[in-house]
Design a protein around this ligand. Structure first.
Ligand SMILES: *Cc1c(COP(=O)(O)O)cnc(C)c1O
Length: 377
């Protein structure tokens, strides 16, 4: 059988190799290494924020971002139920209680009406809400036009989980910059990667300084080892930052390739009644993953059947995230639900979306989908 086609493989080549070799030859590997500082400056400039802090993962970045806005025992953090577990886990690390809120069925992003009701109920119950954590799902920004005024009116800081959305824009502004503090992930399957890594971004110098302090073992600025807080070892390796710098120069090209793939899927499924592309028509999305939603009553087939057909031909797909309120680890938490996330989990499939897919691999994916559709048509 031919080589498998993965959902979102890393897009790493000769440019990355040359940056890494240069970083190794520079011979300085501590967190003050030139590549880490430069990577932070370059990402900050790219997305239009004053400060950035390179970290060992997006999850670490979320953990620190939440700590800096005051999440901790006795507080609540509102989290979309349709997300990757890291969003909820980072809340749990701080000791705050995650409360899950459902999504909008057409975008997969946080349902703002439901959030509004929920914040009212939490206030009535006397709960202290430390933050609303927004997630820009599959690279599409949440509905910030409505979200930001709502949170501002209640004085609750927004923390933006833009792990999937580096390079996306909303009304001309970059994903990651909508909250008091935002985060990116450079995990191996994200739109650009350091194989493992993350970043905190903010215009607030105090928040980023606090995150930097916590990320480096909370060591006080004296010559001996002095610590007033429990710190973490969360900094990004400067070698991996060099890899990130190479990736950043190619970010727009890699996004263009994902977008072209999204457009091709959209064209194909536009001819299939009962299917739709999640978050379609958003020109600001980085198109990290393209997910198709299938209404079996209209198509006569389920998303899972397409997944099986593709798997048999070496093409990887994946269901949307299983909602957090369905996860055994978070089963007994407070929730505000409409059923939209459950519905998307049951009916949606993420398709190969990576910029590293070769033309030949993409053609194989489309041939396999077309073969499936012809067999069902
Ligand atoms: C990938 C991801 C994370 C975690 O990032 P890591 O770098 O893998 O720790 C957090 N939130 C969301 C929504 C993600 O997709």
């Amino acid at each position: 059988m031919t080589d498998p086609v993965y959902l979102s493989p890393p897009d790493i080549g000769e440019l990355e190799e040359s940056y890494l070799v240069r970083a190794i030859r520079a011979g300085r590997f501590d967190p003050d290494g030139a590549d880490l500082r430069a990577f932070e400056r370059e990402v900050a400039a790219r997305v239009g924020v004053d400060y950035a802090l390179g970290l060992s993962s997006g999850t670490a970045a979320l953990h620190l971002a939440l700590l800096t806005v005051g999440a901790g025992p006795g507080t609540v953090v509102v989290v979309p139920t349709l997300t990757f577990a890291a969003s909820a886990n980072a809340v749990a690390y701080t000791g705050a209680e995650p409360v899950f809120v459902d999504c909008d069925a057409s975008t997969g992003n946080l349902d703002v009406d439901l959030l509004s009701d929920l914040l009212g109920r939490l206030a009535e119950a006397g709960r202290r809400v430390a933050a609303v954590l927004t997630v820009d799902i599959n690279g599409r920004c949440a509905d910030y036009d409505r979200l930001l005024p709502l949170c501002a009116a209640t004085g609750i800081p927004v923390v933006e989980d833009a792990a999937q959305a580096l390079g996306s824009t909303y009304r001309g502004r970059c994903a990651g910059t909508f909250g008091r503090i935002g985060i990116y992930s450079f995990s191996h399957n994200k739109v650009m990667t350091t194989t493992g890594g993350g970043m905190v971004v903010s215009d607030d110098p105090a928040l980023v300084a606090r995150a930097r302090h916590l990320a480096t073992q909370a060591r006080e600025p004296v010559s001996h080892y002095e610590h007033r807080d429990v710190g973490y070892n969360y900094r990004l390796s400067t070698l991996l930052a060099a890899l990130g710098r190479a990736q950043l120069t190619r970010l727009d090209t890699m996004i263009a390739r994902r977008r072209a793939l999204r457009d091709r899927y959209a064209q194909l499924f536009a001819t299939v009644p009962g299917t739709r592309i999640l978050g379609a028509g958003d020109s600001g999305s980085n198109c990290w993953l393209t997910s198709v939603t299938v209404e079996p009553e209209r198509t006569g087939w389920r998303a899972g059947e397409l997944a099986e057909h593709l798997a048999a031909r070496g093409v990887e797909t994946r269901p949307m995230w299983k909602p957090m309120h369905r996860q055994p680890v978070y089963a007994d938490r407070q929730v505000a639900l409409t059923g939209a996330a459950d519905q998307l989990f049951a009916t949606s499939l993420s398709l190969p979306s990576g910029s590293a897919l070769t033309d030949e691999q993409v053609d194989r994916v489309f041939a396999a989908i077309t073969e499936f559709l012809d067999g069902r048509g």
